[in-house]
Design a protein around this ligand. Structure first.
Ligand SMILES: O=C[C@H](O)[C@H](O)COP(=O)(O)O
Ligand SMILES: C=C(OP(=O)(O)O)C(=O)O
Length: 354
């Protein structure tokens, strides 16, 4: 029998190795400040997106870029190309670069540049946040709006002021924590349907995030606090397919619009050409893209945007211990289409839309 004198079993931090303090959001933002140009890029693009979401602007949103950012230099090269392309199509399309720093994994794997910027399991989150913010500032300076997935509920304090549109991923759309976070974000937020293909979780997320919430978070000084939000009215659905198959075809879009209407939500959405809509094969993204563009050209105005996973070069590569083997401009997460195909898909769609 145990007595009180016996050494106690540890009851705290049983599975915690250690914890490392981070710079406060305010400090990082003071070191890496928004210029007037960046503020203008973010402010104006958020307004453009809202006008598209409310039907005042008929242009098509295109969220396009790498599955994940792992090399800021390649990301800047991509951004410069995309900015040039954007100016050729901006009468009918509004291009936004995917700048995804946080990757939700099905089980385990590299969790993105913020979590592990050196790609070597050292998890230097402090550098990850700095590199992410610096890159967003560089892209904003180029005049290109950015989209990202908000995964860690603390990250927005460090980078949200340089993001034009956010998404909540298929793995977290059902999470109350992410819905609360979205209710306080300052930019429009897209909710992916669930990995099983369910629309319910995304519709419920949109309804939940429209409402005010009070929850735990950190403030600009990094102090834990209660955050009281007003609710974010700029939610929208993103169709990404699911285990049951893709959901970009005519009948799926009709069903999605009907479901949105019956939930009292605006019947419009973005279609993700990748993930389960492409069966995670980059060669299928163009098929999905062309199908959805043709539906839009035929008059389906419930389609307000598309998403493409695209990089400088096609496909993907494995992340191994030997980082010298990494090919420049190739994804280390999901497969992407290359720049040439990206440009061709966008220019062809522009002609059709015109
Ligand atoms: O977009 C990226 C991936 O689809 C997502 O992070 C899940 O990846 P995984 O299934 O390879 O973990
Ligand atoms: C992880 C992503 O997508 P999903 O949540 O749809 O799997 C993504 O867009 O990077």
């Amino acid at each position: 029998m145990k007595t009180i004198e016996e050494p106690m079993l540890p009851i705290q931090n049983v599975n915690v190795h250690d914890s490392i303090r981070l710079v406060a959001p305010k400090e990082l933002k003071e070191t890496y400040k928004r210029t007037d140009k960046v503020t203008q890029t973010v402010g104006e693009s958020r307004e453009n997106i809202k006008r598209i979401l409310s039907g005042e602007d008929q242009r098509l949103i295109v969220v396009v870029g790498p599955c994940s950012i792992h090399d800021p230099q390649a990301a800047v090269e991509y951004a410069k190309r995309l900015k040039e392309l954007s100016s050729k199509v901006d009468d009918h399309m509004f291009l936004i670069m995917r700048v995804y720093f946080e990757k939700p994994r099905t089980t385990v794997g590299w969790k993105g540049l913020i979590n592990d910027p050196h790609l070597d399991g050292t998890f230097d989150v402090s550098s990850g946040l700095k590199i992410a913010r610096q890159l967003l500032l560089q892209i904003g300076e180029i005049g290109l709006p950015t989209a990202t997935e908000m995964l860690e509920p603390i990250t927005p304090q460090y980078i949200a002021d340089v993001i034009s549109i956010a998404s909540i991923g298929a793995r977290t759309t059902e999470s109350p924590t992410h819905r609360q976070m979205a209710s306080g974000l300052s930019m429009p937020v897209g909710y992916k349907n669930g990995t099983d293909g369910s629309l319910d979780v995304a519709l419920n997320a949109m309804l939940a995030a429209q409402s005010p919430h009070s929850f735990l978070g950190i403030d600009a000084d990094g102090q834990t606090c209660v955050i009281n939000t007003k609710g974010n009215p700029w939610g929208h659905l993103i169709l990404r397919g699911g285990r049951s198959g893709p959901n970009y075809q005519r009948e799926h879009l009709k069903a999605a619009a009907d479901r949105l209407r019956s939930a009292g939500l605006s019947p419009h959405f973005l279609v993700d050409c990748s993930h389960a809509n492409s069966n995670k094969d980059y060669r299928n993204q163009g098929i999905v893209w062309n199908d959805v563009i043709d539906q839009r050209v035929a008059g389906n105005e419930t389609i307000i945007g598309l998403m493409l996973e695209s990089n400088l070069h096609a496909g993907n590569q494995k992340l191994t211990d030997d980082l010298s083997q990494l090919q420049y401009g190739v994804s280390i997460t999901d497969e992407c289409i290359d720049w040439e195909e990206t440009e061709s898909l966008i220019l062809t769609a522009h002609e059709k839309l015109a």
